[in-house]
Write a protein that binds this ligand. Structure first.
Ligand code: AMP
Ligand code: MG
Length: 335
């Protein structure tokens, strides 16, 4: 069993680490075999067999370990239940069969839809593959699972198959798994052998914009690139930004490999989804960093599936936070 260093939420942390590790093994296998084109969801983001299979696997594990817990996941099986998607269901069953006795298609859909609960007093939130576009491109992606109680993120786990030692980009490497428990720190281990050793994550100590490494989305559609360039100039951030997909950015910040991240709302994406934030936010906070919205307001996880009470997201190593909020305010960047 994992020698996780937690006094509280130990069982939850062990479950989440094991479930995310397994899901990472599964999605890596899909990625290795991937020749078939991804198909498109209603919002036109690509979704693959891997997204569905990872959500099914984690939901199935959750049902076994915490049968009364709710799950709020990104995916649902609505399309998958249609007869024309039988081939996709068969592929999902094939990948699940490396971890479970081969399941019937109906069971797979039911597991996926176990993740369609509404946020309540205590629930898990899951992004089975955050950064699907990065996954398809062969870049960064993350499996993200978090436990939220009374609007507080209590546990967060990130599986990042293409990040090694928590801070080095490495394709076909060992990958990194990281776990945080509120009040007990953020820790990482190799994704291949999480029982080996857990090491503490710690944010950087950079405190000037001259030494700041800014994280940015790889996808141009996910950001207003000209605004970001302008902000960098005004703040005096002269180091080249790190362009990266997914919550892997948050792990890199927690590990001290980067310092600052702005997420502005875009017209197609006015509010962040909780599964896109919760696990990464606790990772950064427990590593000594800070998370808020772009106005400096705490992120409010009590407003359902999306952070509708917040304006964007600001993440930092802590030391840069106040100046970043002040700078955004002075520039009128959030009005
Ligand atoms: P990133 O890898 O930082 O680009 O962020 C990936 C996340 O961005 C995905 O989980 C999507 O939910 C989210 N996303 C999708 N469309 C947009 C958009 N137009 N603007 C901002 N974020 C988006
Ligand atoms: Mg996502």
């Amino acid at each position: 069993m994992h020698k996780l260093p937690f006094k509280s939420y130990f069982k939850e942390a062990v479950f989440a680490v094991e479930a995310v590790s397994q899901a990472c093994q599964l999605v890596r296998r899909v990625r290795q075999d991937m020749t078939q084109a991804a198909f498109t969801k209603d919002d036109e983001s690509p979704v693959t067999v891997a997204d569905f299979a990872a959500q099914a696997l984690i939901a199935k594990n959750l049902l076994e370990i915490f049968p009364h817990d709710f799950l709020v996941g990104e995916e649902n099986a609505l399309r998958l239940r249609k007869p024309e998607c039988l081939a996709v269901s068969e592929k999902i069953a094939h990948y699940l069969s490396f971890f479970l006795p081969a399941p019937p298609a109906a069971a797979i859909c039911d597991w996926i839809d176990h993740g369609n609960a509404d946020p309540g007093r205590r629930f898990w939130t899951l992004d089975p593959i955050d950064g699907t576009k990065g996954f398809i491109r062969g870049d960064q992606y993350a499996v993200a699972l978090a436990l939220i109680e009374e609007g507080q993120v209590k546990v967060g786990v990130l599986g990042c198959p293409n990040l090694e030692n928590a801070c080095q980009i490495a394709f076909n490497g060992r990958g990194t798994i990281a776990v945080a428990v509120q009040g007990e720190g953020s820790w990482w281990s190799s994704l291949d052998s999480p029982e080996n050793s857990w090491q503490r994550l710690k944010v950087s100590s950079h405190h000037t914009f001259a030494e700041t490494k800014l994280l940015r989305s790889f996808e141009t559609k996910h950001q207003d690139s000209s605004r970001m360039t302008q902000l960098m100039q005004t703040f005096g951030i002269s180091q080249p930004p790190i362009f990266m997909d997914s919550l892997t950015k948050y792990l890199l910040l927690a590990a001290g490999g980067a310092d600052l991240l702005f997420r502005f709302p875009t017209s197609g994406h006015p509010h962040e989804a909780i599964w896109d934030q919760a696990a990464g936010v606790i990772m950064i906070e427990e590593a000594g960093g800070k998370a808020s919205d772009l106005l400096g307001k705490p992120l409010d996880f009590t407003s359902g599936r999306y952070l509708t009470k917040n304006f964007g997201v600001l993440l930092s190593n802590g030391r840069l936070h106040t100046s970043a909020v002040q700078g955004l305010h002075d520039l009128g960047a959030c009005s």
